[in-house]
Design a protein around this ligand. Structure first.
Ligand code: NDP
Length: 338
C-alpha cells in the first residue's frame, strides 16, 4: 500500500517537498479486527480544502498531523471484510486518504457508504454527486435561493463545485454567468454546460477591464453570487449586485497560499442590502438526501454534465494537487489508483 504523507508545513506556497511517498503493508483478512474492512481505492479526490489542512493556523478544520497519510475522499471496492454489512466486491465511498488501500472501522457511523453505480459512474460520487456537488447545491438552494429569471454568477465556473452551481441554476430558469480562467474553460462552460455567458478573468486581468466585461454579461445586474475565489472577482461582483442580492461564500481560493484579500467595496453591502453568508458543507449533513437525489437524478439522466481531470497513480497526487490550486485542472480533479 503506497501512501502520501504530509511531512512539513508550507511557508507560503505549498510544494512537493511537503509530501513524501511511503509504503506500508496491507493487512490480510486474518489480521482484521471485528468490524474492519479493507478498501482498494479506485479514485482519490483532490480538493482545495486540503491546502488549509496543511497549515496549523486557526481554521474551521483541524490541521492534518505531520507524518501521517493525507486526508482525502476515496471511492473503491471492498477486498476484505469482517463486517456483516460489507462484502468483498461492494463499491464504497469513504475518507480513505491519499493511499491505495485503507482499513476502515465500518462500525463508525458514516465511515464508509455503499454506492450504486448502475446509472452513476463511481468517480461521480467524489464530484457532482458527492461533496463538491452537495456544496454547490447547498450554497445555491439554501443561501442564494434563486427565482426564475434572476441572474446568478459563479466563479471557478468550470470546476467541480462551479459547474454544478451553474447547471442547477439553469435548471431553475436563471440567467447564469460563469467566471473562469482561460478561453477553453469559458467556451466549455457556455457551449457544453449551457451557461448564458462566461467572463475570462485572465483575459480581463485588471479590475476595470474585468468589471466592464462582467457588466456586459449581466445587463440586469446580479441577484445571486456563488463565491469560490475572492479578490478582484468579488470586488467587481459587489458593484453589480442588485438590491437584496445574496452571496454564498463557499471558497476564497485566491488566498489559500496566504495572500491577503482586502474587500474593495464593503459599502455595497449596505447600499444594496446584501445578504452574505459563508458555509461549510460538512456542517449540513441534513441536506444530503435532497441534494444527492436531485444531483444523482440529473447525472443519471444526462442533464448534469461532468468533466474530470484524472492524474495517474498515487505518486502523481502531490503535483496534481498543486496544479489544482493554480487552475491546471479542468473539471473535478481525481487521481486514478487501480
Ligand atoms: P475546482 O475544481 O473549481 O478547482 C479550483 C479552481 O479554482 C481552479 O481550477 C481555478 O479555476 C480556480 N482558481 C485557482 N486559483 C485561482 C485564483 N487565484 N483566482 C481565480 N481562480 C482561481 O475546485 P472545487 O470545485 O473543488 O472547489 C471550488 C471552491 O469551493 C474552492 O474555493 C473550495 O475551497 C470551495 N469549497 C468549499 C466547500 C465548503 O464547504 N465551503 C466545500 C468544497 C469546496 P480557473 O482556471 O477558472 O481560475
Amino acid at each position: 500500500n503506497r501512501q502520501i504523507q504530509l511531512v512539513s508545513r508550507p511557508q507560503g506556497e505549498a510544494t512537493t517537498d511537503n509530501f513524501k511517498l511511503v509504503e506500508v503493508p496491507v493487512p490480510s483478512q486474518a489480521e482484521l479486527a471485528d468490524g474492519q474492512v479493507v478498501v482498494r481505492h479506485h479514485f482519490l479526490s483532490l480538493d482545495p480544502y486540503m491546502r488549509g489542512r496543511m497549515n496549523d493556523s486557526r481554521s474551521y478544520a483541524e490541521p492534518q498531523p505531520l507524518n501521517s497519510v493525507m486526508i482525502g475522499g476515496t471511492v473503491g471496492e471492498v477486498v476484505a471484510s469482517k463486517h456483516p454489512k460489507f462484502a468483498v466486491g461492494d463499491q464504497v465511498l469513504g475518507m480513505g486518504g491519499w493511499q491505495e488501500y485503507s482499513v476502515v472501522d465500518a462500525n463508525v457511523r458514516g465511515a464508509i457508504h455503499k454506492v450504486d453505480t448502475t446509472h452513476i459512474p463511481l468517480s461521480a460520487y467524489l464530484g457532482s454527486v458527492g461533496m463538491p456537488g452537495v456544496t454547490g447545491w447547498y450554497g445555491l438552494v439554501k443561501i442564494i435561493n434563486p427565482k426564475e429569471g434572476e441572474t446568478v454568477v459563479v466563479s471557478a465556473a468550470s470546476g467541480a463545485v462551479g459547474s454544478v452551481v451553474g447547471q442547477l441554476a439553469k435548471a431553475r430558469g436563471c440567467r447564469v454567468v460563469g467566471v473562469a480562467g482561460g478561453a477553453d474553460k469559458c467556451r466549455y462552460v457556455v457551449e457544453e454546460l449551457g451557461f448564458d455567458a462566461c467572463v475570462d478573468y485572465k483575459q480581463h486581468n485588471d479590475p476595470k477591464s474585468f468589471y466592464a466585461a462582467l457588466k456586459e454579461a449581466t445587463p440586469k445586474g446580479i441577484d445571486g453570487y456563488f463565491e469560490n475565489v475572492g479578490g478582484m472577482i468579488l470586488d467587481a461582483v459587489m458593484l453589480r449586485m442588485n438590491a437584496f442580492g445574496r452571496i454564498a461564500v463557499c471558497g476564497m481560493i485566491a488566498g489559500y497560499d496566504g495572500q491577503s484579500l482586502p474587500l474593495a467595496n464593503p459599502a455595497m453591502i449596505l447600499v444594496s442590502r446584501l445578504k452574505i453568508e459563508g458555509f461549510i458543507v460538512s456542517e449540513h449533513p441534513e441536506v444530503w438526501p435532497d441534494a444527492t437525489k436531485e444531483l444523482g437524478g440529473m447525472v443519471a439522466s444526462g442533464k448534469m454534465k461532468l468533466r474530470e481531470s484524472v492524474a495517474d497513480g498515487i505518486a502523481s497526487a502531490p503535483e496534481a494537487f498543486l496544479g489544482l490550486l493554480k487552475g491546471k485542472n479542468f473539471g473535478k480533479q481525481l487521481v486514478k489508483l487501480s
